[in-house]
Structure formats: structure tokens, C-alpha cells
Design a protein around this ligand. Sequence first.
Ligand code: NAD
Ligand code: SER
Length: 314
Amino acid sequence: MKPTKILVTGANGQIGRVLTEKLREVHGKESVLATDIHKLEGDHEPYQFLDILNPQRLREILADHDITQIYHLAAILSANGEWNPMKTWNVNLNALLTVFEAAREFEIQKMFFPSTIAVFGNTTPRLNTAQDVPLLPNTVYGISKATGELWCNYYHQRYGLDVRSLRYPGIIGWQSLPGGGTTDYAVEIYHEALKHGEYKCFLAKDTRLPMMYMEDAINATISLMEAPMDKIHLRYGYNLSAMSFTPEEIAEEIKKHIPDFKITYEPDYRQAIASSWTESIDDSKARDDWGWKPKYDLESMTNDMLLHLKPLYS
Ligand code: NAD
Ligand code: SER
């Protein structure tokens, strides 16, 4: 068995920065290669520039670094994706196929593909959404991720590739800023509350969405990837859940710490995207198969976010 060498694509993103650090804690710094089209700030070596649309460079990196596992995070998210649908499809889906083919060629042992609640659409039951439901996503991001899930299943069934996937809810963390999604408001609101004492939200006050604290998302990812093979019964995205709230509810939670905090609402094009997603998720398959359990709810997440962000703004 070759020693574990992990490639992370999109390592400079909101999740990539934190996941790369955690993987380095688990496997050792030199065993995790961060790649992105943007250089990571600070000491993030080893790092290589990798545009995931460049198959030749991907193959060179897999060969030069003896890569055995790939965490393929590079993507364009739901809100930004709508500005250039064809580019989004290329980065999110065509590049995934490039990674799959290279994974076969280089006999990659394990691969992670992050999916999303954006695979759901207006025909999906909105409450306690089950694992297998109608998917009719209405963003190019959602279409690319729903299709990506099907390709995960295909590469596992056809070629035996050990690919694993999660449908992340909106991820909230203090360590990094979000990169152009519809759930970004739930990170921005903490920064603006501390910086200016007010926030103008781009979603309506009663828009309920599934969300998760970063620490839980990272733990879920590592647990899924470390689970024994016989525990993994789904090769497309496992539903994953921790909490659901509205902009009004998160604002109320912040007011417990910053009583003068004010929120106003000015919904924009992202409202239609959020309204097409579901409100809460049934993740019993993840819980039953590999023992998933979240740690944070809205209250404990808010305490921890403000604890970490306060020093930045005081
Ligand atoms: P992000 O937008 O913060 O980061 C994406 C990274 O991909 C960026 O650093 C960007 O530079 C990089 N990238 C874009 N185009 C690239 C290219 N051509 N080649 C190489 N890199 C490229 O996203 P994130 O929030 O960190 O999300 C990581 C993954 O998790 C994505 O696949 C996303 O779909 C998924 N996800 C995220 C959330 C969330 O709330 N953050 C929720 C569900 C799923
Ligand atoms: N948080 C992501 C987004 O809003 C969901 O995948 O795009």
C-alpha cells in the first residue's frame, strides 16, 4: 500500500482552507497538497497552482506527488454560477469528469466530492427532505452538482472507484469567508454585526434554510472518508443536517450578544434560489451508515462565531 498523499482542489475556498488544515493535522503537513487558482495567504505549503480545467497539469501533479486520495472541492457556487452558466458547468461538471478519468488512470484509492442542498428544487418536499426525492434544481450550480452525484455513482459501479460524497447545507465558519453562494449571508451577518452593528440581508426574513457549523462539516467529511468501506451504502451525496434557521432567527440570536444589532431586508436574485431549496433535511442514512451526529446548533454556533471574530473587530 502506497503512503497516503492527498490532493485538495479549491483549497483556497471557504471550506478548502479549513479542511486542508485539518487533513494536515491528521495525515501530516507534507502529505496534503493544497491546489487552487488563487494562492493561499500565509504558510500553506505545500501548494501548487492548479486550474482544474487543465487535465495535463492535473496529471503531472498526480504523478509528481504520488497522490493516492483526492478531495475535489473546486467549484463555482450557486449565486456566482448564475453570472456565467457555461463556465460554471465547465468548472463544476466537465472538470469533475477530468478528475474521475485521471483518478482511474492513476489508481486513486479514495475521492471526495462535495454536493449540496442546491441539488433540490421546487418539486422536492421542503420539510425533513428525505435522501431520495425528486431533484429539479433551478441553478446551473445545482444542475452540475446533481449530475456530478450521478457520475459519482457511475464511476463507483462501473470502475469500482471509492468515491464518497456529502450534500453539505450552508456552511458557516469564522476561519474563512464564503465564495459566492446563496447561504453567504449567514457568515456575513456575524462580521457586519461586529463591524457596524447592522446588516442588510439579501434574503427575506422568513427564508428558512439548512445550515451547519464549519467544525461539524469538517468532522462529517473526515468521518465519511475514514469510515470502513462496508459502512458506505451511498455513492452519491449523503444528506447531512445540523440546524435550520431564518435570517430573522439568526439576527435574534446575535442580539442576545449585541443588543443594538439591527437587520434590514432587501431580497435580490438570490431569494429565488433560496426559495427553491428545502428547509430541513432528513440525514438518517448518514447517521445509520457511518454514525454521523452534529455538535452545534444555532445558539452554540453563535457563541463560538462571536468568540472567535470579536478580537478581529475590537
Ligand atoms: P469557495 O467558492 O469558497 O471555494 C472554491 C474554490 O475553488 C476557490 O478557492 C476558487 O479559487 C477555486 N476554483 C474556482 N475555479 C477553479 C478552477 N478552475 N480550478 C481550480 N480551482 C478553482 O467554495 P467552498 O464554499 O469552499 O466550497 C467547497 C466545495 O463545497 C464546493 O464544491 C461547493 O460546491 C461545496 N459546498 C459548499 C457549501 C458552502 O456552504 N460553502 C455548501 C455546499 C457545498
Ligand atoms: N452554500 C452553498 C451556496 O449557497 C450551497 O451549496 O451556494
